[in-house]
Design a protein around this ligand. Structure first.
Ligand code: DAH
Length: 346
């Protein structure tokens, strides 16, 4: 290509003459000569800028096309078969050697989640995922949190500059699930029955019981004439199956904006069968999470008539259930990637 401007033409010639000898052909794009043309562009009077800039750009495109013609993209990113077991890909040139898949296991938290949702799906609940980035409407407004209500402070989490939220609970899915299920509920008389096991985020001081990232199991059930008795029966059956023992249940009054009445769900200690131990602080009872009857405003917000339908919901921390089941003393083990911890569950 012939360049009108003598400076640009000279740089083009120089770069062409060195291109062959370069080991890394892409270095030409970062060459001082090309950079100096951009520096020169800044100093030019306005009436010369457009013409000069256009030619520099043409040169840049020409250089890029030389690079593209010799640097094969296949060399840069050797292809891997993402559907293969991961050790098959180890043989690929320049890839780090990975542990063979035979030494890997499913993470204990994930296998417990499978077990937990297995029980609930046999009880008739559909399983949904939540979002890892959400908005104020699903985090608060659709759940009957008035604007500026102090209850929002209990869900201190991470927010982007644009106002997107790393959700602090899985209740963010309630409005979506109610809306999605409304048609079948009203037209076909099918109850809404869903669970959401997924990851949530909180701005916490970390200790043996608190993580910034953890899992919750949300549940939601809506039909004609649903009462607190249904809530107790469903949760008692589910937890009895998970802990493989008959558990006693207490509901303690609590407050959540999205349930009325709201409760703390308390179960008889799965360790000592209420004889008193360290886990239950000698009380014989352990608190498993929040629950309640879905607030009429939450149903209305999803266009479901609270005079015709009612429902219950619950939200439990999954790590807490797993810690109780397997006698794990510190929640931080789950994300620690500590092999001593993980291998116990192989
Ligand atoms: N979202 C609540 C929390 O994270 C837990 C919860 C309480 C969920 C009551 C519910 C519920 O669905 O009904 O603190």
């Amino acid at each position: 290509m012939a360049y009108q401007n003598p400076d640009i033409a000279r740089v083009a010639d120089t770069l062409k003459s060195v291109f062959e000898s370069l080991d890394d052909k892409r270095a030409i794009m970062r060459s001082l000569e090309l950079g100096s043309l951009y520096d020169q562009l800044k100093t030019l009077p306005p009436d010369q800028k457009a013409g000069f800039g256009k030619e520099v750009n043409e040169l840049k495109n020409e250089l890029q096309s030389w690079v593209d013609s010799v640097v094969e993209t296949a060399d840069e990113h050797p292809s891997i078969d993402i559907t293969a077991p991961f050790d098959i890909n180890v043989a690929v040139k320049d890839q780090p050697v990975l542990l063979p898949a035979s030494q890997g296991t499913i993470h204990p938290l994930m296998s417990e989640v499978e077990h937990i949702i297995g029980i609930l799906s046999r009880m008739g609940f559909s399983v949904y995922e939540s979002r890892e980035i959400d908005d104020d409407y699903h985090m608060f407004t659709s759940l009957n949190f008035p604007a500026d209500h102090p209850a929002r402070d209990d869900y201190d989490t991470f927010v982007t500059d644009e106002g997107l939220i790393a959700p602090a609970h899985t209740s963010t899915m309630q409005n979506r699930i109610l809306r999605a299920g409304k048609n079948d509920l009203v037209k076909n008389d099918l109850p809404i029955a869903a669970v959401i096991p997924d990851r949530v985020f909180r701005n916490e001081d970390l200790d043996a019981r608190h993580e910034h990232t953890f899992y919750q199991l949300e549940g939601i059930y809506v039909d004609h004439g649903v009462s607190t008795a249904h809530l107790i029966a469903v949760l008692k059956s589910w937890l009895g199956a998970y802990f493989e023992k008959d558990i006693k249940v207490k509901l303690q009054p609590f407050y959540f904006p999205f349930t009325e009445p709201s409760f703390e769900f308390v179960a008889s200690c799965v360790f000592c069968n209420q004889k008193g131990c360290n886990i239950c602080s000698q009380s014989g009872w352990i608190e498993l999470g929040g629950c309640g009857m879905i607030h009429p405003n939450v149903l209305k917000e999803a266009d479901i008539d609270p005079a015709a339908y009612s429902g219950f919901a619950w939200g439990f921390g999954i790590e807490r259930l797993v810690m109780l089941k397997h006698d794990i003393e510190d929640v931080r083990y789950f994300h620690s990637a500590n092999l001593k911890f993980l291998r116990q569950f192989k």
